[in-house]
Design a protein around this ligand. Structure first.
Ligand SMILES: [Zn+2]
Length: 342
């Protein structure tokens, strides 16, 4: 399968990150790209550069005020005397029904869910190219390919319509799904990242045309905490079109595959015309986040089960952090997917 990626995606290099209140190095590093590219090449992918698709496919998912914020907030932040080198919020609305603030500080709190997504001079450009990689992969599918891989970095599944969070700015998986909707009447998103795909859930929560299924570590004691529970099923016309499958911490291959089976059954009954796989590799047993215990061989088994759906699929990169096996885990998934599709 083809893999899509642009060098501009490396330029975003976030520094700040608070973990349990303590400053740490931000784990969403550009080096992830080198490891993932090597992993995609080992799986036989041909790497291609996406085109600049403009704001159209991004604005199909994100609000105009949010996109304006992401594009301009860094320059505005630099004009604040004594401000931090990266845009990091220090105040958040406890509910979002209040007024939209005019100030850069107020808007940072309004549009950023947490401190894990600092914005620098390069963030907007990198986030756009990451989204365009997802758009290009969706277009590859629409022109007849059975599967395509989008090496999206920065990742996207924690980004809502108008909120960044958890290393994510533009929701690449949602943008790919919306792009597929230009031809497919129903699209499913299967999120296998360690963390719940809260932004993706939020974007499609009231819609019956995009089914969202997420497997993840139980959010009762794990990021993103406020979303990802089994009783979140959608709302209005979207009721019944969101499925959360939270797993106990440290769950391994067998528990993951069992939950995956329930997710796949739901996707089958939904009968979509296309699939987006939000591929986080941080469910790996050796990932620095240490939330679940999926093995390298386990990713191949996950991929084989997904490929058995025999749906045209865009595989969108989400999480997966620096560890020796990061590239191998991608190779395992992509080769497993090819084997399962035969
Ligand atoms: Zn994750």
């Amino acid at each position: 399968m083809k893999a899509f990626y642009a060098d501009e995606q490396k330029r975003h290099d976030p520094r700040a990150f608070l973990s349990s209140g303590a400053p740490q190095q931000n784990p969403e590093k550009p080096e992830r790209i080198e490891r993932l590219l090597a992993g995609a090449r080992r799986a036989g992918c041909e790497i291609a550069r996406p085109r600049d698709h403009g704001l159209g496919p991004i604005a199909a998912v994100h609000s105009p005020e949010y996109l304006d914020f992401l594009e301009h907030i860094f320059a505005r932040w630099q004009r604040i005397e004594g401000a931090s080198a990266e845009v990091i919020p220090n105040i958040h609305p406890i509910a979002r029904g209040g007024s939209y603030p005019a100030s850069a500080v107020g808007q940072a709190g309004y549009h950023m869910a947490d401190t894990a997504c600092p914005i620098s001079a390069e963030t907007w450009e990198s986030a756009c190219w990451s989204a365009w990689s997802a758009v290009e992969a969706a277009d590859d599918l629409l022109s007849g390919s059975a599967a395509a891989y989008a090496l999206c970095r920065p990742p996207g599944h924690h980004a809502f319509t108008d909120v960044a969070g958890g290393f994510c700015f533009l929701n690449n998986s949602a943008i790919a799904a919306q792009r597929l909707r230009t031809k497919a009447s129903r699209v499913a998103i299967l999120d296998v990242d360690l963390h719940h795909g809260n932004g993706t859930q939020g974007i499609f929560y009231a819609r019956p045309d995009v089914l969202t299924v997420s497997l993840h570590a139980d959010p009762a004691r794990f990021y993103p905490f406020f979303w990802g529970h089994a009783d979140e099923r959608g709302e209005g016309p979207g009721l019944g079109y969101n499925l959360n499958l939270p797993l106990p911490r440290k769950s391994g291959d067998e528990a993951f595959l069992e939950a995956l089976d329930a997710g796949i059954r739901r996707i089958r009954s939904f009968a979509p015309e296309a699939l987006v796989v939000a591929l986080g590799l941080d469910a790996f047993e050796g990932d620095p986040f240490g939330g679940l215990s999926v093995t390298t061989a386990g990713f191949a088994r996950i991929a084989e089960a997904v490929a058995a759906l025999r749906l045209p699929a865009v595989v969108v990169q989400e999480g997966g952090y620096l560890c020796d096996a990061l590239g191998d885990n991608l190779t395992s998934f992509l080769t497993g997917y090819a084997a399962g599709g035969r």
